[in-house]
Design a protein around this ligand. Structure first.
Ligand SMILES: NC(=O)c1ccc[n+]([C@@H]2O[C@H](COP(=O)([O-])OP(=O)(O)OC[C@H]3O[C@@H](n4cnc5c(N)ncnc54)[C@H](O)[C@@H]3O)[C@@H](O)[C@H]2O)c1
Length: 269
C-alpha cells in the first residue's frame, strides 16, 4: 500500500545484503512510497550478497563503499547526488559487525584489534557518514538520517558482546551530530532501536533463537519484524516527522518498558 510519502525524495541506503536485511525491506518500501535512492554496501558484501537483484527491482544504482573509508564515503555522496540529480533527503545507516562475536571471543576476553575494527564499522562509521554529508552540504533542509540500533545499549544482554558498547556510541553520535545538523541545516538525526530480527547480523549473535523467542513473549505487541521496521523508517523519512530529532526511538512492540509478561510468569509458575 503506497501513500506517496516519499515522492520526490532522494537518498542513500546502506546495508542491504540479502532479502532478510532490514535495509533491503526498507529499500523496497521507500521505492513503493516514491523515493529514489542509491544502494551501497561494502565491496566484499557485494560479492557475497544479492544487491543487484534489489537494484533491478527498485530502479536504483549501486555504489560500493566501505563505511569505514572516508574516501569511499566522499565518493559515494558526490556520485549519488549526480545520479539522483540533487541533494539528498534521507540516509539509512543499517550497518553492524563485531569481529569478537564472529570469532567467538567472549566480552571478558576481547581482542582489542577486533574491538577497534567492530567499533569502526558499527559505530564510528555513522559519524563518518554524517561528517561526509555535512562537509559536502549534501542534505536538503528537513532531510532525515536514521541509523539502526539495539536495546543492549541501555540494558545488558551478555552475548551481545561488544556490539552493546558500539550501539551506545552510535546512539550518542546521533544526539551529538543531530545538534549540529539541526542547527545548521535543519536536518534530523535519529536511531531506531529495533526488536531482534532474523537477519545475517542478528543470527550471528550467540543464542539468537532463545533471544528472539524471549523478546516475542515479553513484548505486548510481539516483536517488530523487518517489514515493520521498514514502515517505521519510511515514516521517519517522511515530512510527517519533521520535528523528531536526536532521539533513540524504541521500535520493539513494547519490550523496552515491560517488566515481565504473563507468558514469562507462567513459564516459571
Ligand atoms: N537483526 C537484529 O536483530 C537487529 C536488531 C536491532 C538492530 N539491528 C541493526 O540493524 C542493522 C542492519 O542489520 P541487519 O540485521 O539487517 O543485518 P544484515 O547482516 O543484513 O546487515 C548488516 C549490513 O552491514 C554491512 N556492513 C558490514 N561491514 C560494512 C562496512 N565496512 N561498510 C559498509 N557496510 C558494511 C553488511 O554488508 C550488511 O549488509 C545493524 O546496525 C544491526 O545492528 C539488527
Amino acid at each position: 500500500m503506497s501513500h506517496n510519502l516519499l515522492s520526490g525524495k532522494r537518498g542513500i541506503i546502506f546495508g542491504a545484503l540479502d532479502e532478510n536485511s532490514i535495509a533491503w525491506k526498507t529499500a523496497e518500501r521507500v521505492f513503493e512510497e516514491g523515493g529514489t535512492f542509491v544502494l551501497t554496501n561494502a565491496p566484499i558484501a557485494m560479492r557475497m550478497g544479492k544487491i543487484n537483484e534489489l537494484a533491478k527491482k527498485t530502479n536504483s544504482e549501486i555504489i560500493p563503499a566501505d563505511a569505514t573509508s572516508e574516501e569511499d564515503l566522499d565518493n559515494l555522496i558526490t556520485k549519488s547526488m549526480e545520479i539522483l540529480g540533487g541533494k539528498l533527503d534521507f540516509v539509512l545507516h543499517s550497518i553492524g559487525m563485531s569481529v569478537n562475536v564472529r570469532k567467538g571471543r567472549a566480552y571478558t576476553d576481547e581482542k582489542y584489534d577486533f574491538t577497534t575494527k567492530g567499533w569502526d564499522v558499527s559505530a564510528l562509521s555513522f559519524h563518518k557518514v554524517m561528517q561526509s554529508l555535512y562537509k559536502a552540504d549534501a542534505m536538503n533542509e528537513w532531510g532525515s538520517i536514521v541509523a539502526l540500533t539495539y536495546m543492549a545499549a541501555q540494558r545488558t544482554f551478555p552475548d551481545y558482546n561488544d556490539m552493546a558498547d558500539n550501539k551506545a556510541y552510535l546512539e550518542s553520535v546521533a544526539r551529538s551530530f543531530g545538534y549540529y545538523f539541526g542547527k545548521e541545516k535543519k536536518v534530523r538525526v535519529n536511531t531506531i532501536s529495533q526488536s531482534p530480527t532474523p537477519t545475517t547480523a542478528g543470527q550471528g549473535v550467540k543464542g539468537f533463537s532463545g533471544f528472539i523467542a524471549y523478546a516475542e513473549k515479553m513484548s505486548p505487541l510481539g516483536n517488530a519484524t523487518a517489514d515493520d521496521c521498514a514502515n517505521y523508517t519510511v515514516s521517519m523519512f517522511s515530512d510527517l516527522t519533521r520535528k523528531v530529532t536526536m532521539q533513540n526511538l524504541f521500535h520493539d512492540g513494547g519490550f523496552s518498558t515491560t517488566g515481565v509478561s504473563q507468558e514469562i510468569i507462567d513459564q516459571f509458575g
